[in-house]
Every structure is written in C-alpha cells, then in structure tokens.
Unconditional design. Structure first.
Length: 489
C-alpha cells in the first residue's frame, strides 16, 4: 500500500514537531490516504504571527505587477501537462474528489486560465481604477491622495466541494499583499497544499508568507487561536458552516462569507428552433454535469418559454439525451450515502407528481445517473437532489420567472440565459432587482470570468482599507516645507 500523501504547508515548523491525522478519501478502488497536520492552538497562533511578519518583510514591498507575474508563473506550470505539480494534481484530485479524470482535467484547464497575467490585471483593474493604489499613494479624483492597504493577515476557511477552489481566494489575498493562512477542507486537502509549495518554488521568499493548515470541524480552541491573529476572514461553505465560522471570528475582525447559492437558467422562445435548441440543451447539460451541481453557480432549474418552434417538453427531451451522452463521456462520481438519499428523495417526489398530475414527466430510468423532471407548471425555484438531477419548467413568458425566484433572494447568484439582446437587458434589470448577481450564457454557468463580482461584491476592494491624504494636509505640508517663502513684514 502506498504511503499517505502529506498535505499542508507549515513554514517555520518542523514535521517532527507536528501531529498528523490521516484522511481516507475517494471511492473504493481508487481511494487515497492523505495525512493532514494537527497543530496545537499555541502552534497555530505562532504560525499565524510568523506568516504576518514574513509578509510584512517579503510580500508587502512587492509591486502588484510583480505579484501578478509570480502567480502567472505558478499557474503556467499547473497548465503544463509535463510539470510535476500538474501531474500530481491530475493524479490526486480525481481520486480524492471522486470526479471523472477527464472532467477534472478539462475543469482545471478552464479554471486556471482565468488566473493568467492578462486576466489577473483585469481582475485588479475591476476593483481599482488605478491598480497602483495597492503600491503607493496615488492622486485621488476629488483631490489629495489615496492608498489601499490589504490585511496584514487574511485567514481562509475553504469548502471542498469543487477541486482547486482555494486558488480564487488565495489569489485575492496575494494581490492585496496579505499574509495568508488557509484552513484545508477535509474533502479536498490537495490543491491548496500543492499551490503553496509551487509558489514557494517559483518565488522562494513567499514560502513564509502563507500557511496551509487543518483542524477538525468544531475545534473551537484551534479556530480561536488563528482567528485571534486575523485582520480579515474569508469563509466558504454551506449555511451552517458559514454561521459557525462567523460565531468564531472576534468582533471587529472583518468577516466575508460565501454560502450556499441556487442557480437557474432561462431559455427564450426566440432562440428555440430546430438548429439552436439542441446546441443550447448541450450547453445546459454541461452546466449540470460539471462537478455534479456542487458549485454555488450550478443550475437546479431551467425555465423554458412556450411559443418557440421547439416546445419546452421537446427541449427537456433534448436535455435528457445530452445528459445520457455525457454520462458515457464523464461518468458521474460515486455518491455518498447522504447524497444518494437526497437524489432518491427528490426523484421519488418528482415521480409522485408525474403520476398524480397531468403535464408532469420524469425522464431517466430509476438506475440512471441523471434525472430530468419536466413540468408544464411554472414551478417556484427550489434545489434538486444534485447528482445531475434537474427540473425543467415551461413558462408563458420569461418575465414570470422573477416572482418565482425572488423569495430566494439571499440565495441567488447565477442565472444562465439564452435570449436575444433586448430580452437579455430587460431581464437583467428585473432579475438583478430580485437578487441575481451574475448573468451568463448557458454552458458558462460553472466557469465565471476573471474579475467577476462574487456574490455581487468586490473581491479585492472588500479586503482593503483605503487611506487618504486630504488636500488640506497636502497644502499645509507645502506651507511648512523649507522651500516655502516666508511672508514679508
């Protein structure tokens, strides 16, 4: 049996001074054992202070353009199939997550490309009209000067539902020049560990500017030791996990939580013809299949407008056929017991509706790895059981979708849409008021663009403090300078 793979990145702490806990991850037949570090609260506090001090010395003096170059160099290596770090990620991530190997490969390639230098520069420019405010005081439009300071220490609490997800917040932390401590999720402890080691190899001074740690969920003492040192905390996960972290963060420490969201799609009658409908169904199926609806941007329902050349029921059949095809290309991962129960419960409910009410139809055999529930009713937005289960609702007009999703305003994020330009902008206005923060094309729901406003917020600007030199201070300093002319009597 292979030795367990070691996760974590602990600058300044020797491996022999650490206790280790072994996680058994993945499905039977390709399970992987990963050992994660278990530090005492005192060690965690000391590690956080070490990262804070190293970042002040090595990271905060770097121009943001140089940080972009370093991240870009690391990401370029992860995109190279010959690089040992990419090979390690490609070997381990499918095993620990259970996702199909090819799905992980394609997902990694698409995700990583949004962290190349051009995209990172756009990312920074999206939040700061003048990115140099991250380096030095810059002229303010209203007068005076302004400078953005990131947190001295940023703590990340990650979810493990989608491989490589920690890269997003780690990049944010590095771009605002924060020291970073990341808490590994038990479900996916690999990518953040690999990326920290790769950054240390690409730019060795960064080795001490971030730490990757783990502690058991509910370990209040460990959480308190780390959060007490933090200036800001970013947390990802379900509502219960977010609430737990929020309770642990001290008052006065900036907390930014990204919890569970519900995604949905809209298809206009204007685009439903024999040529475009099958292609749209193919793209919608990819949104469903990619990472098994585990992402906050994954769809759970599609609203399809009546009156097109292809009716909603036919679109649902197209979607079912595409899901069946994708099962051959990207087999669904083995579901955990609670996931099986959720899918089974949702399917049974859909079966009962199909039997009891006219206009309902269930597509997909009971043992299939996907399910499409079609209804002629304009059904309110609701989560499915996941695991490639989707509801398709026929609707008379897409504007009627707004009251169906609005009750879930705080859980709304991504809406995939297939419509003509005038419809797109009309719907964007009303959906935005209802709580949607991102509209994209079908097929792009699970692949946000670089610089998108996650949950409608600023990724970098939310992390920084803006420090201003007002015009009055500038004028007063000029008057007090040695070169200032003294008034003549």
């Amino acid at each position: 049996m292979n030795a367990p793979w070691t996760a974590g990145h602990l600058p300044g702490i020797a491996a022999q001074d650490v206790a280790w806990h072994t996680l058994s991850l993945g499905a039977a037949g390709r399970a992987v054992e990963v050992r994660v570090p278990v530090l005492r609260p005192q060690q965690l506090g000391a590690l956080a202070r070490h990262v804070r001090q190293a970042s002040a010395q090595h990271l905060q003096c770097l121009p943001v353009s140089r940080i972009v170059q370093i991240i870009d160099a690391a990401v370029a290596r992860l995109l190279d199939p010959r690089d040992p770090f990419r090979q390690e990620a490609q070997r381990l991530l499918p095993a620990v997550s259970g996702y199909d190997v090819e799905m992980v490969r394609l997902g990694l390639d698409g995700f990583l490309q949004t962290f190349r230098a051009p995209q990172l520069h756009r990312f920074v420019a999206e939040d700061f009209a003048n990115p140099k405010v991250l380096d030095e005081f810059q002229p303010a439009v209203k007068g005076g000067f302004v400078r953005a300071f990131g947190p001295a220490l940023l703590v990340h609490s990650w979810a493990g539902n989608v491989p490589a997800l920690p890269l997003w917040s780690l990049a944010c932390g590095l771009l605002v020049k924060a020291g970073n401590v990341g808490k590994l999720p038990s479900a996916e402890p690999v990518f953040a560990s690999l990326f920290a080691r790769l950054l240390a190899e690409v730019h060795p001074p960064l080795a001490d500017c971030l730490a990757i740690v783990w502690w058991q969920g509910g370990d209040e003492a460990s959480a308190a030791a780390v959060f007490a040192e933090a200036d800001a905390v970013l947390a990802y996960g379900g509502e219960e996990a977010i609430a737990q972290v929020r309770r642990q963060v001290p008052a006065g420490t900036r907390f930014l939580g990204h919890g569970h969201k519900l995604g949905f799609g809209l298809v206009s009658r204007s685009v439903l013809d024999a040529q475009r409908a099958p292609a749209l169904a193919r793209r919608a199926a990819h949104d469903i299949v990619r990472y098994e609806q585990q992402g906050c941007y994954s769809p759970h329902q599609f609203y399809v407008e009546r009156g097109g050349k292809v009716e909603p029921r036919v679109f649902a059949h197209y979607l079912a056929a595409e899901l069946a095809n994708l099962q051959h290309r990207f087999p669904r991962r083995a579901l955990a017991l609670e996931e099986k129960a959720a899918v089974s419960g949702w399917r049974q409910s859909a079966e009962l509706q199909a039997l009891a009410q006219e206009g309902h139809e269930l597509l997909g055999a009971p043992d299939a790895a996907w399910t499409v529930a079609y209804t002629e009713l304009a059904r309110p937005l609701a989560p499915t059981g996941g695991g490639r289960s989707i509801c398709v609702s026929a609707i008379d007009a897409l504007d009627e979708v707004v009251p169906l999703v609005a009750p879930h305003a705080r859980f709304l994020q991504t809406a995939g849409i297939a419509a003509q330009p005038q419809e797109l902008f009309r719907l964007a206005e009303s959906l935005g008021r209802a709580g949607v923060t991102r509209l994209c094309a079908l097929g792009a729901m699970t692949a946000p663009e670089a610089g998108w406003h996650h949950d409608g917020r600023f990724n970098l600007a939310d992390l920084v403090r803006m420090v201003e030199i007002e015009q009055s201070a500038e004028r007063a300093a000029d008057a007090l300078a040695p070169y200032a002319q003294e008034e003549r009597p």
